[in-house]
Every structure is written in C-alpha cells, then in structure tokens.
Ligand binder design. Structure first.
Ligand code: XUL
Ligand code: CO
Length: 438
C-alpha cells in the first residue's frame, strides 16, 4: 500500500530547478568543509506533526487529508508506521522523533497502553532495519491527558508523579530498544498558572528528583543516549519552569544534573521567550550545553507557538553559524518540529514543507561555512576585544590586578577613546554572503 503514490524519491536538482518536488540547495553528498551535508545537518521528521496530527486548532476540527488514519486506533497506528517510513524514505531523511502517544494509542489501563506501545515499536523496529532510518530521540507525552492537568513531575498529586515515572521509564526502554541517540524532556505542563495555589520550591525539587531518577534508570538499563531538556517559556502553562536556556542551565547546576543533560533548542520557543533563535543556540554553546535543535520558526506577529517550517534564510544562516562553531550537533540533529498550515491539507504539502526547511538549512549551512572560513565575524570580534590581550586588559584577564591597581591606572588613563561597533557594516556583509553564496 502506498500513501504517496504520486511522489518519487526527492532528488537534488540545483538552484535553477523549477521542480517543486526537488531540492535546490540540499545535496546530501556535497562536502561542506570536508563533511557530507547530510552528516552535518542530521535532519529528522517529527512523527506527531507529520503523521499523527490532523490539523485541528482551538476554533475548528482537523482539515488534513491523511489516508492512513482509518480504522480502529491500533489499525491507524499500524498504517501510520507504513506511511511514515514511505514518506521518510522518499524524502531522504535518515532520522525521526516521536512521543509515546504519537505511535500507539493509550489503552484503558497503563498495562494496555504499554502493550500497544510494544506492538507498534516492534513494527517500527522492522521498518528501521529495512530502511536504515534511525531514531534521533524518543520522549513521553506528559501533557495531553487530563491526568496531567496540574503537571507531571511537578504535579501536587504524588500519584501523577508515579504515573509519569512509569511512562518515562517505558518510553526510555523503547528508545533504547530502537537505538535512539537522545531522549527529550519537554515540560509541557511543568509550570504554574497562579502562585496562589503553587509550592514552587517543592515543584522544582520534585522535578529535579524526577530527572535524577531518569538518570539512575538510564544507567541501570544501559541507555547511553544523550538526555535533553527542551526550554519553552509559556504555553500551555502561563509560566513554564524550563523558561529558556539560561534558566535550564541554572536549574541543572543547582541540582547537580548538568553532567547528564544538554538542551534541545526550538526556534519558536526562543522567540516566545523574547530571544532570537541564535541567542538560545549561543547561550547553550558557550556553556557546552548545545545538544540538539527543533528546527522550525514562529510568526513574529503572533504570541504563540506556530511551529512553522523554517524558511527564513537569515535565521538558518545564523543558526548554522552557531552549530558549526559548536562542532556540529551529533548525537543531536535538526528535527523538524514543524507543521504545515491548516489550509495546506494535502499529503503532498508535507513534502513541500520539509523540502523548504531542508533547503533553507542547506543554504544557511553553506553561507555560515563561508562566513567562518573567511573569519568575517571572528576577526572583527577579536579586534573589538583586543584591549584584553595586552597591557591592563591582559592583567585583568590574568587576575593580576584589583580595584586599587585599576583605580591607579584609570587616574592616568581617564581620557577614554572608543571604537565603533559597526553593526550596520556587519549586517551588510552578512547579507552579501547570503546573496552571493551559490
Ligand atoms: C511543544 C514541543 C514538543 C517537544 C517534544 O512546543 O516543542 O513537541 O518538542 O515534546
Ligand atoms: Co519541540
């Protein structure tokens, strides 16, 4: 059974191609800095948006034509596996990600839910073996069901904490069984609505207890994938505890978890926090915490998570700049946590969305590589801070002076001369690199 009969394998045809079902920039075998594009970009398809969701929103029901979504919940889950692997093979993406509930329906009991998961995971494993497609990360949905109304690991109800632990334990086992390279924690309802009813100190302590238990269990079963926390400031809760990268890092350090976790940066979550995508990648990188990326984009005129396919070349360029400076993302990757618009309801739109995102990142990669190769920003920045490489600046960096010595120095050097920051000059250069890169 084919669900995408009219689409054949998507090929690279180059920038002059007019074929909408072809890559214009993404050429998996092309070398960038001596490395294959495919190996740098490590694209991944998000199971939930692309195969399980139906295109509903707060004002209306689903619109998406998904021919595999017919029959009983388990029949649908099985057909979804067929559709997913056909799609990923044709698209030429080597990774995917899922939540437990994306792949198998919940049963009446936890036991039944786990049996459903085992049955579908077996099918997925067969498809993975057959196609060579791999699991970038697995996760557990601890936010959709009403039982998580007050949170999961941060719920005031200890039974919910226990239930959540059982779900993560199972999702981790399945992730291990499928060779998943990472495991993600996105705290969908780990936050609060009002402080009038919230013991924030206990909730944060419990969240840390939960993550320590996850670390212990991973060691126990020999799961060696990277643990990732995905920051997001709000939505669904008014205030989420994993607000942004800086908040997450402070939390991890406070509770002695920083050796076991990195962050999964999502572009749209960055902008919801009032940061740029690049800011979040940069903060993660300079702290040695950049693990993986949920590659999407938001709409700057809307205050919520629109999860659009990333098409803004400027953003993908600066993202790839940070990722290259990080030495890549592996074992993380670029996961398209993105959905087609509600009006883009045909299955072929799934190809258009992913192709647009892959081309935008491939182009961004090429531009970023050139910027780095020519040391455009590096040399400028090094020059801007050169006062710290000699004289009094070097003494500051080397810890040789304190306020007394600096005051003496300042008395003799109080006629300050500054240099221009040249922001517009640099912006024009970045534009030139974007426009000129083939
Ligand atoms: C929600 C979101 C999630 C996580 C995984 O905003 O990004 O899909 O990526 O739970
Ligand atoms: Co995400």
């Amino acid at each position: 059974m084919s669900y995408f009969k009219d689409v054949t394998a998507i090929k690279y045809e180059g920038k002059n191609s007019k074929n909408p079902l072809a890559f214009k920039y993404y050429n998996p075998d092309e070398l960038v800095g001596g490395q294959r594009m495919e190996d740098i970009l490590r694209f991944s398809v998000a199971y939930w948006h692309t195969f399980s969701a139906e295109g509903s929103d707060m004002f209306g029901s689903g619109t998406w034509a998904r021919p595999w979504e017919t029959g009983t919940p388990m029949e649908r889950a099985k057909k979804r596996v067929e559709a997913a692997f056909e799609f990923m093979q044709k698209l030429g993406v080597k990774y995917f990600c899922f939540h437990d509930v994306d792949i198998a329906p919940e049963g009446e009991t936890l036991k039944e839910t786990f049996a459903n998961l085992d049955e579908i995971a077996k099918l997925i494993k067969e498809k993975m073996d057959e196609t060579g497609i791999k699991l970038l990360w697995g996760t557990s949905n601890l936010f959709g069901h009403p039982r998580f109304m007050h949170g999961a690991a941060t719920s005031p109800n200890a039974d919910v904490f226990a239930y959540s632990a059982a779900k993560v334990k199972k999702a981790m086992e399945i992730t291990k069984e499928l060779g998943g390279e990472n495991y993600v924690f996105w705290g969908g309802r780990e936050g609060y609505e009002t402080l009038l009813n919230t013991d924030m100190a206990l909730e944060l302590d419990n969240f840390a207890r939960f993550l320590h238990m996850a670390v212990d269990y991973a060691k126990e079963i020999g799961f060696t994938g990277q643990f990732l926390i995905e920051p997001k400031p709000k939505e669904p809760t008014k205030h989420q505890y994993d607000f942004d990268t800086a908040t997450v890092i402070a939390f991890l350090r406070k509770y002695g978890l920083d050796d076991y976790f990195k962050v999964n940066i999502e572009a749209n979550h960055a902008t919801l926090a009032g940061h740029t995508f690049q800011h979040e990648l940069h903060v993660a990188r300079i702290n040695g915490m950049l693990g993986s990326v949920d590659a999407n984009q938001g709409d700057m005129l809307l205050g919520w998570d629109t999860d659009q396919f990333p098409t803004n070349i400027y953003d993908t360029t600066m993202a790839m700049y940070e990722i290259l400076k990080n030495g890549g993302l592996a074992p993380g990757g670029l996961n398209f946590d993105a959905k087609v618009r509600r009006g883009s309801f045909e299955p072929v739109d799934l190809f258009y969305g992913h192709i647009a995102g892959m081309d935008a990142f491939a182009k961004g990669l090429k531009v970023a590589h050139r910027l780095l190769e020519d040391r455009v920003l590096e040399d400028f920045i090094a020059d801007r801070y050169k006062s710290f490489t000699e004289g009094i600046g070097k003494d500051i960096v080397d810890g040789k002076v304190g306020f007394k010595e600096l005051a003496e120095y300042a008395m003799e050097n109080d006629q300050i001369v500054n240099q221009s920051g040249r922001q517009e000059y640099l912006e024009a250069i970045v534009n030139q690199y974007i426009l000129e890169t083939e």
